[in-house]
Unconditional design. Structure first.
Length: 522
């Protein structure tokens, strides 16, 4: 007796009702997640490291299509396990819409698909579709503040290994931070060269290769995890090659088409190393030809204990809740923030005590990239010739992803090396102590001292993670997501101590704080 006759089979739902239900769910999902989907497409289009995102849903659909027969035969009765997943997905959706932390919306969408599989096909269906749906996670961009810190770490690691390769090739080199000094030229490993543009797509590729590789589980896990060291090694090798070319033929070798071409060559090299690793691991057990190593595995259905008749009330309730949630999410997405009254930075005083300021302006391209609603940039000079640069960036709303860019990431992109970074508490006369970021910078023998903090709705914070946390809380409780970044910079002059530069910045902070709430409301 075959399996189908061993279980109780009942009449399946009719095609028209299934089509109508699928159409209602699709429309509700599009309405609820439209803002998050728009953000995904924008990130995929604007950031090279996420451009592979366009292919991830197509590969997911291909994997599901390959399992279509198993999916059809695995549809069973709805599972109550889908209820907590469904509720968690809605909570993430609402939190993401309230705070515009888009990664919450993106994760919510994937979680909703898992919940849908459980609510409409039960545990048996979930077991068949879990892997293809999990693959969608590789299309989700990492939050900016995590992405920025990961980029900085990869810059340092790539610089270190790149300098090591150059030294092994007898090229005289000195490496400090993310700057490789070749004597006649300083090669800066900027954010674009950190290796993220290889790492993110290669993680997706590594997962797919591991799935297609018919091998023991430990070998598949090893294939996937090896993506990180392969990316770091190949990116370091790329940096070393650029260093050799620059050392021999000049700086033009690090720019333009050659730089772009080297990037694609390294990406293909990473893929080739991944395939070589697959071939090498296979040699340990069977020694198959390379063409036979990767193949789509056959997926067998997971037969349910019982096939449902009609539509269960649990599934229909989930559809009704989804429709209601889509309406609620649409209302949240289109609601306006509470906008506190403030004075434009154009009226900020150009004289603070003995300091007199002269306006400066951002490059229009930089201004657009920062997404600021208002900003102030000026060089203040005292009677003894000391200078302090003051930059303040105001964001009226951070719901749509615009938020202060951390100087910790922007500083190295200008060629400066962060020599020291601390988070002391700053105490100035007339103000309660608050934490700041204190960074010492160096470039070609010049030194700078920087203070910066995030001034966000009555809170002054130095930590980007706490800034995001309070953004979420205030968006829900106060319907406010406005905030600002305040940064002060002064040169460390030859012969003077760090204390002299600290005294200048602290004097400016003391004069700045009393009037700041007029421009950055609490």
């Amino acid at each position: 007796m075959n399996h189908s006759s061993a279980i109780e089979r009942r009449a399946a739902p009719s095609f028209p009702s299934s089509f109508i239900l699928a159409a209602v769910c699709s429309v509700a999902v599009l309405v609820a997640y439209w803002g998050g989907i728009e953000n995904l497409v924008h990130r995929w289009s604007e950031r090279e490291e996420y451009s592979h995102g366009f292919f991830i849903p197509l590969i997911c659909l291909w994997l599901l299509w390959h399992r279509r027969d198993a999916i059809t035969e695995s549809i069973g009765c709805p599972s109550w396990l889908g209820v907590p997943l469904f509720l968690a997905a809605l909570v993430l959706l609402f939190l993401g819409e309230l705070s515009s932390i888009f990664v919450l919306i993106h994760l919510s969408l994937v979680l909703l698909l898992f919940a849908g599989a459980l609510l409409f096909g039960g545990n048996s269906l979930m077991k068949v579709v879990a892997l293809p749906l999990s693959y969608l996670l590789f299309a989700i961009p990492v939050p900016y503040f995590i992405d920025a810190q990961l980029s900085w770490w990869l810059q340092l690691v790539s610089s270190k290994f790149g300098a090591g390769i150059l030294q092994a090739m007898s090229v005289p080199v000195f490496q400090e931070g993310n700057v490789i000094d070749l004597g006649t030229y300083q090669l800066q490993v900027a954010e674009a060269c950190s290796g993220l543009r290889y790492l993110y797509p290669l993680l997706g590729l590594g997962f797919l290769v591991a799935y297609l590789f018919a091998a023991p589980l430990w070998q598949r896990v090893l294939i996937f995890l090896s993506v990180v060291p392969i990316t770091v090694f190949m990116n370091s090798f790329r940096i070393a090659v650029i260093g050799v070319l620059v050392n021999r033929w000049g700086t033009s070798m690090a720019e333009g088409f050659l730089h772009f071409f080297e990037g694609w060559v390294i990406f293909l090299g990473c893929g080739a190393l991944l395939l070589f690793e697959v071939w090498l691991l296979d040699r340990l057990q069977s020694g198959r030809p390379l063409a036979e190593l990767l193949a789509v595995p056959q997926v067998f259905p997971v037969y349910p204990a019982e096939v449902p008749v009609g539509r269960s009330w649990l599934s229909l309730t989930a559809v009704a809740a989804l429709v209601l949630a889509s309406f609620t999410a649409f209302q949240i997405e289109n609601r306006e923030d509470v906008q506190p009254q403030r004075i434009s930075f154009g009226a900020f005083p150009r004289v603070l005590g003995s300091w007199e300021g002269r306006d400066s302006f951002l490059n229009p391209v930089v201004e657009t990239a920062l997404g600021v609603d208002d900003y102030f940039l000026a060089n203040y000079q005292s009677g003894d010739g000391s200078t302090v640069n003051l930059y303040m960036a105001w964001y009226a709303s951070q719901r749509k992803g615009n938020s202060p860019h951390s100087p910790r990431v922007c500083i190295p992109s200008g060629g400066w090396r962060i020599v020291d970074l601390k988070r002391p508490e700053l105490s100035v006369q007339g103000a309660a102590p608050f934490p700041i970021n204190r960074a010492e910078l160096e470039l070609n023998g010049k030194r700078m001292l920087v203070y910066y903090w995030f001034d966000q709705r009555s809170r002054r914070m130095a930590n980007e993670y706490w800034m995001k946390w309070y953004l979420l809380i205030d968006a829900i409780v106060r319907n406010r997501t406005d905030g600002a970044l305040v940064r002060l910079t002064t040169p460390l002059l030859e012969g003077e101590s760090d204390g002299d530069a600290d005294a200048r910045l602290q004097d400016m902070v003391r004069l700045l704080l009393p009037g700041l709430p007029d421009f950055v409301p609490h």
